[in-house]
Design a protein around this ligand. Structure first.
Ligand code: MLT
Length: 281
C-alpha cells in the first residue's frame, strides 16, 4: 500500500502578534517537539527524519528562537504554551503527544496546566519540575547580562559544556558546531527573554500528580543540568510514568543518542495510536 507522505517544512505563520516558524512532516498521530534553551527546532532533525516515517511530526521554533520572531518584551513560558496551542488550532490538530526537552519540558508543564485535554501523552526529557532556586534565578540574570554585553557567542561558550558530555565535546566536532550555530543564531532579546521567563516559572511539582495521561521520562545518565534525580522525582510523582536513563548522554540526550531517544518516543507513540491503546485524558 502506498503511504501518503506529507512534508511542510520551513513554514511561517502569524501567532499572537508575531511570526512563528515550524515544520510539519509525515502523517498519523501527531507528535509535537518543544526545544531546549537557547536552541531551535533543528535540534530535532534526527527525530523528525526518523519518526515522520510513522507519525506526523511538528517541530516549532519557540518565540525568541530560530526563525521565529524574537520581540524585545515580554516572555513567559505560558505565552509560549499559548503559541503552541494556537498553532495546533491552525493545523487542525485536536490532540498530540508532546515531547519537551529541558525548557521545552517547562513549557510542556505550562501547556498541560491550560490545555490538558489536548495532551494524549507526554515525554519529559532532561527537564525538571522544580522552580528555580534563588541562586538559580541569580544565575539567569547574570547570564542575561552576559548576553547583552558579550553576545550569543559568549552564551555558547558557557552553555556547551552544560549541554553535552565531555566525550561528545571532544569527539564530535560536527555536533558541537551544530549546537554552537543554534545558540549563536539567537537574538539577544530571545536569550534574555527566555532567561527571565524560566526564572519566573512556577513550581510544577504539585502538578505532577495531576498528569493523568501516559508519561515517559527520559534523562541522559550524565546530565548535570537536570540530573537523573530530577527525572526520578517526576517519575515517582506522575501516576504510572515510565523512566528511561540513557547511557553515554548528557543534557541533550536526543542529539547525543538519537537512535535510543527515537526508539523511546516511537514505543510510546506506537502504543498510543493503537485503537485499544492506553487511556487518554
Ligand atoms: C535548557 O536546556 O533548556 C536549559 O538548560 C534549561 C535551564 O536552563 O533550566
Amino acid at each position: 500500500m502506498l503511504r501518503r507522505m506529507r512534508s511542510v517544512e520551513n513554514m511561517k505563520t502569524q501567532i499572537n502578534g508575531i511570526t512563528i516558524a515550524y515544520s510539519d512532516r509525515g502523517t498519523g498521530l501527531p507528535i509535537v517537539f518543544l526545544h531546549a534553551f537557547p536552541l531551535n527546532r533543528t535540534m530535532w532533525a534526527e527525530q523528525e527524519e526518523a519518526l515522520s516515517l510513522q507519525f506526523r511530526v511538528i517541530t516549532i521554533d519557540l518565540r525568541g528562537h530560530g526563525q521565529s520572531d524574537a520581540p524585545l518584551w515580554r516572555y513567559t513560558l505560558e505565552q509560549s504554551a499559548d503559541d503552541v496551542n494556537a498553532l495546533l488550532n491552525q493545523l487542525s490538530i485536536q490532540q498530540a503527544i508532546f515531547v519537551g526537552l529541558s525548557m521545552g519540558g517547562y513549557i510542556l508543564f505550562a501547556f498541560y496546566r491550560k490545555y490538558a485535554a489536548r495532551v494524549k501523552g507526554v515525554i519529559l526529557a532532561d527537564t525538571r519540575a522544580q522552580a528555580d532556586t534563588a541562586e538559580g534565578k541569580d544565575g539567569r540574570f547574570h547570564m542575561a547580562q552576559i548576553a547583552y554585553t558579550q553576545g550569543p557567542a559568549a552564551i555558547a561558550d558557557l552553555m556547551i559544556p552544560k549541554l553535552l558530555s565531555p566525550q561528545t565535546v571532544k569527539m564530535r566536532p560536527g555536533l558541537v558546531q551544530h549546537v554552537r550555530a543554534m545558540i549563536e543564531n539567537n537574538q539577544i532579546s530571545g536569550i534574555a527573554g527566555d532567561l527571565m521567563a524560566m526564572a519566573e516559572r512556577p513550581d510544577s511539582v504539585p502538578l505532577l500528580k495531576q498528569i493523568t495521561c501516559p508519561a515517559q521520562i527520559i534523562v541522559g545518565e550524565l546530565d548535570q543540568a537536570t540530573p537523573p534525580s530530577d527525572a526520578r522525582l517526576m517519575a515517582d510523582q506522575i501516576p504510572n510514568a515510565l523512566l528511561t536513563i540513557i547511557p553515554n548522554a548528557a543534557h541533550l540526550a536526543n542529539l547525543e543518542q538519537p537512535e535510543v531517544f527515537n526508539q523511546i518516543v516511537s514505543a510510546l507513540a506506537s502504543e498510543l495510536r493503537k485503537p485499544t491503546g492506553l487511556a487518554t485524558t
